[in-house]
Design a binder for this molecule. Sequence first.
Ligand code: SAM
Length: 241
Amino acid sequence: MSSYIDMMAKLGVSYLHQGGLISTKKLLKNMHIKNSHHVLDVGCGTGATAHYLNKKFGCNVIGIDISKDMIKKARKNENDKVKFLIGDATNLDFEDKKFDIILCESVLAYINKNKALKEFRRVLKNKGFFGSIEWTWLKESNEVIQEKTKIVLDLPVKILKKNEWESLYSLYFSNLKSEVFQYGMGNKYILKKLFSQGIDFFKIVYGGTTNPDIKESVSKVKRHFESYGDYIGYGIYICKK
Ligand SMILES: C[S@@+](CC[C@H](N)C(=O)[O-])C[C@H]1O[C@@H](n2cnc3c(N)ncnc32)[C@H](O)[C@@H]1O
């Protein structure tokens, strides 16, 4: 996938979505997860959220990801209740209505959203919850900013605004709740973020590596957010089938 994600994975960042564990906790607060639940984490990356879910709620979790490397890393900590499989969000290999909860943290922005959402609706039980965290424009941008952002984050498709995500999710689900946050990676955000997101954020901002390619990727992303941090944020979206 994108070199931005590869860069974070190489740095050993465990939560590869915006806001890390802090935003995962915000997302999970309103999803009513029980220990009897079966949860699907789509695009699970290295499996940090799947393990957190099992530890916190005692639920069964399946994490799927299209990347063999991500699944290989995630499988290092597999156990009876947390399993990882290679799989494609747009073509899920599960029967209808299998899951009580579906999570998708920073994946939809990179793939065919409608195909994936149709699949999420199919495998989610009635009254089940779907929750996502996605890049979201915080204010009106222009083509130059959009194009630069696409390149820096290696996004193959365009980021949506909050109301665009909402309209999209409303085609498949109801009871939508959403909130947006600033991603903020420039200097004016750093201290606050270091306190709230700890070591993961430190790795993203300062690299913690001697590899010149990774160092360059880190500073490219940092420079971009210093200039356009007010425009780019992320949304936490929760809805129900
Ligand atoms: C930004 S990372 C987020 C990883 C994880 N959700 C997290 O927050 O740590 C996006 C992940 O989506 C995965 N991905 C991309 N396209 C996919 C697809 N079609 N089906 C499943 N996973 C996909 C990538 O391999 C990557 O691990």
